[in-house]
Design a protein around this ligand. Structure first.
Ligand code: NDP
Length: 454
């Protein structure tokens, strides 16, 4: 038996890596090390989900002040967001959380190295200092990074990595992309009071999600003030003094204070292995793994965004837990990637689980139940914002295959609905459930007749 320095060496201290490291370190006699070259907590905590959600909260007040007047509140004057105050507090909170992550590792006995590390061979990693360590298992969890198109002047743009540390709130912001990140920041900065233009190269935002739901989100983003344009892209960017001048696909020219590109993310696999180490890398830079997250080298596993499966924190965490079972409990465990619930924190918010109508209809006959309504709260405030709930039901089995919600709190609602969908609940089970009144979500269990069959 070979003597290794560690039982597990993790490269990458984000959601997935930290979880695997501390759970393994808590097992009897397991020696664990983790190397992270940047801040602990990874994309989610440092430059993703967490600061984003705090920005969503901050951005929601602008409409709450207005709405409060319709309920009789005497709100005379709102001076706007104190960007300095908010961004300082946001950055302090992120630092606090980074500290929490470091302590989680420390308290569970994980040895940490604040350095870049790479794979040398099946059981050896090397730090930037040249120091080498051996380990029975190596887990790669280095995440992803923003992907930018190659156009003139692209070095002038921001990505989601920089958007959380702007020194000034942009008055005029251009956002390029139609995915989660682009749409969320379009809503956030509109809520902050910036004038936002969003360029979407295709004919729809949030491609791949249920198109009836995304159409409603898009239309309401527009009525909330986002200048959302389809079929257009940026071809060139120039720096002119304090702002940036773009030329678009139609030859139009316009100046913006800042430009955010949210055009997808790529796995962070550069420099992760010595040339001869032999890890298979896919076309997009992803580390190729089997269903147990095992790479082309038996003792090396990879999880999270680095593997380009589903780029979501809870998935990386589940993959980490499955890895621990597989490697240390002699219990090969893989994830079920079907019916992953997710929320898009646009205004209005969207929550979704299961199949879109388009995909479901391709697989077999389905009944579609939908309801559009003005929630009580908006009705009283004379606000035009509509909510939407849609169920996709299999005609043959009566199973609910998809739930799509566009409403305030849709993310919270869909988490609950996802349990039912995952359990295989039928429309009849939904119908047998008593409504919680008066709520928005009660509409999930009160839809009587299908609006159409597909
Ligand atoms: P997405 O893959 O979701 O969207 C990328 C967008 O950029 C698409 O609209 C795509 O258009 C467009 N695009 C791609 N290349 C170009 C180009 N060269 N020029 C113009 N537009 C382009 O990526 P995001 O960056 O928004 O997010 C990455 C991932 O992060 C998501 O897939 C998601 O898994 C995760 N995430 C999750 C969140 C959540 O759970 N709430 C929040 C934020 C991120 P087209 O549709 O035409 O391909």
């Amino acid at each position: 038996i070979m003597n290794f320095d560690y039982d597990l060496f993790v490269i990458g201290g984000g959601s997935g890596g930290v979880r695997a490291a501390r759970v393994t370190a808590a097992l009897d006699n397991k020696r664990v090390a983790l190397a992270e070259m940047d801040r602990y907590g990874g994309t989610c905590v440092i430059r993703g989900c967490v600061p984003k959600k705090l920005m969503v909260f901050a951005s929601e007040f602008s409409s709450i002040f207005t709405e409060s007047r319709s309920y009789g509140w005497d709100v005379q004057k709102v001076n706007g967001l104190n960007w300095n105050f908010f961004s300082k507090k946001l950055s302090a909170e992120v630092s606090r959380l980074e500290h929490v992550y470091r302590n989680l590792l420390k308290n569970s006995g994980v040895k940490t190295f604040d350095q870049h590390a790479k794979v040398i061979n099946e059981h050896t990693v090397e730090l930037a200092t040249g120091e080498q360590f051996t380990s029975e298992y190596i887990l790669l969890a280095t995440g992803g990074k923003p992907d930018l198109p190659n156009i003139p002047g692209i070095d002038h743009v921001l990505t989601s990595d920089q958007i959380f540390s702007l020194s000034k709130l942009p008055q005029k912001l251009l956002i390029v992309g139609g995915g989660y990140i682009a749409c969320e920041f379009a809503s956030i900065f509109t809520g902050f009071g910036s004038k936002v233009t969003q360029f979407c190269r295709g004919e729809t935002i949030l491609r791949g999600f249920d198109s009836e739901a995304t159409t409603l989100v898009a239309n309401q983003m527009k009525s909330n003030g986002v200048d959302l344009q389809y079929g257009v892209n940026v071809v060139e960017i120039d720096n002119i003094g304090n702002s940036y001048r773009i030329t678009d696909t139609y030859g139009r020219v316009e100046d913006f204070d800042q430009i955010l590109f949210a055009t997808g993310r790529l796995p962070n696999s550069n420099g992760l292995q010595n040339g001869s180490a032999g890890l298979f890398v896919g076309d997009n830079g992803e580390i190729v793994v089997n269903k147990y997250s095992q790479t082309s080298i038996d003792s090396i596993y990879a999880i999270g965004d680095l593997t380009n499966r589903k780029q979501l924190t809870p998935i990386a965490i589940k993959e980490a837990m499955a890895f621990v079972q597989t490697a240390f409990f002699n219990n090969p465990t893989c994830l079920d990637y079907s019916s992953i619930p997710t929320a898009i924190f646009t205004k209005p918010e969207m929550g979704t689980v299961g199949l879109s109508e388009e995909v479901a209809a391709e697989r077999g006959p389905v009944d579609i139940f939908t309801t559009y309504f003005k929630p009580m709260r908006s009705g009283f405030a004379d606000n035009e914002e509509k909510s939407f709930i849609k169920l996709i039901v299999c005609k043959k089995t009566d199973r609910v295959l998809g739930v799509h919600i566009v409403a305030p709190g849709a993310g919270e609602m869909v988490q609950m609905a996802a349990i039912a969908v995952k359990m295989g609940a039928t429309k009849k089970d939904f119908d047998n459930t008593v409504a919680v009144h008066p709520t928005i979500s009660e509409e999930i269990v009160t839809m009587q007749k299908p609006v159409r069959s597909s």
